[in-house]
Design a protein around this ligand. Structure first.
Ligand code: ATP
Length: 331
């Protein structure tokens, strides 16, 4: 039996996370879930969006499945998601962007994985006003963090038999910060002569990704560009409802769908559970339950391809529970 932390989250979070745990259970993998709170639900109970109790649970179990959560900015707390990444040193965000047959999207054969550096860049939130009419935000890039994300991307490429790693940057303008990121990735690339390596300026990558996305395989990017590219990548394969992700470090891995809390549809039981279920697939691969992971993945694809028992955003008329049941039946 495995142990993992379960964070249902806010909005549609509990609906889609429950779908994911029921699929894992039906597939026969025994996970003892330690349920904890983050975000709005944690605020309501502890007046703290990221309780210590939740951190302790993830530190102990080293694995968590988490729904989307929100932090009310007005209450003066930092985003619980950013704090969680910093507290647990989840230095990489990995997002597989893969076409699923039957999802309405402009492209068919996309299969890329984005490795986004998760701890620094403009996301460190080091900013201040200079007088009242100017603001300064500081971009931090270090060799250590850049080499760490690059090493993770290259070792994944070797392990998963991928063909190419692309580094996106803007070192032509930010010669020092992006220049350091680029030279760090290049340094790691030199240790992997069997993996093709290319460097692309991020603005031209954006253009090429909407024209020839099937050209890309593994992408390694600093934090901010990674945020933008991952969101666009989700759009290329048909939207946020189907894209999973993980924030991962040495000590822990937190699997979380890329979509938000979707307040407009929360509580209606109509959210698409695919992203959350594909998070469960990633979690199972991570703990070594590869065969079960493939079985669930194939079942998700089959259910979507058949196109009958799917949610509204996928062109169907069925509920989260109906779609989850169809996925379980197809297993
Ligand atoms: P947040 O502030 O938490 O990011 P948001 O509404 O700004 O919330 P999303 O939650 O990602 O951002 O939602 C964007 C749009 O996509 C909404 O219209 C939402 O209903 C839709 N959406 C997001 N996730 C799903 C899902 N799993 N199933 C169906 N629709 C979804």
């Amino acid at each position: 039996m495995y142990k993992a932390t379960l964070i249902p989250g806010d909005g549609i979070g509990p609906e889609v996370i429950m779908a994911a745990t029921s699929v894992i259970e039906a597939a026969g993998v025994d996970i003892k879930w330690d349920e904890k709170l983050v975000g709005q639900s944690a605020m309501a109970k502890y007046n703290n969006p990221l309780p210590e109790d939740t951190i302790n649970s993830i530190e102990t179990n080293r694995i968590a499945l988490k729904g989307p959560s929100t932090t009310e900015i007005a209450k003066g707390f930092r985003s619980a998601n950013i704090s969680l990444r910093q507290r647990l040193n989840l230095y990489a965000n990995i997002r597989p962007i893969k076409s699923i047959e039957g999802v309405n999207s402009k492209f068919k054969d996309i299969d890329m994985v984005i490795f986004r550096e998760n701890t620094e860049d403009l996301y460190m939130g080091i900013e201040h006003m200079i007088g009242k009419d100017a603001a300064e935000s500081i971009k931090i890039i270090t060799r250590e963090a850049s080499e760490r994300i690059a090493s993770m991307a290259f070792s994944y490429a070797v392990k998963e038999k991928r063909r190419k790693v692309t580094c996106a940057h803007k070192a032509n303008v930010m010669k020092l910060s992006d220049g350091l990121f680029l030279s760090s990735v290049r340094n790691v690339a030199s240790k992997y002569p069997d993996i093709e390596y290319e460097e692309v300026i991020v603005d031209s990558l954006f253009m090429d990704m909407v024209m020839n996305p099937e050209k890309y395989d593994i992408l390694v990017v600093p934090n901010l560009y990674g945020d933008l590219l991952s969101e666009m990548g989700a759009g290329l394969v048909g939207g946020l409802g189907i894209v999973p992700g993980v924030n991962i470090g040495v000590e822990a891995a937190v699997f979380e769908p890329t979509h938000g809390t979707a307040p407009d549809i929360a509580g209606q039981g109509i959210a698409n559970p695919t992203a959350a279920i594909l998070c469960a697939v990633m979690l199972l691969r991570h703990i070594g339950e590869k065969a079960t992971a493939e079985r669930i993945y194939n079942s998700v694809c089959r259910t979507i391809k058949e196109g009958k028992y799917v949610t509204k955003d996928l062109g169907g008329n069925y509920s989260t529970k109906d779609m989850t049941k169809a996925i379980i039946d197809n297993m």
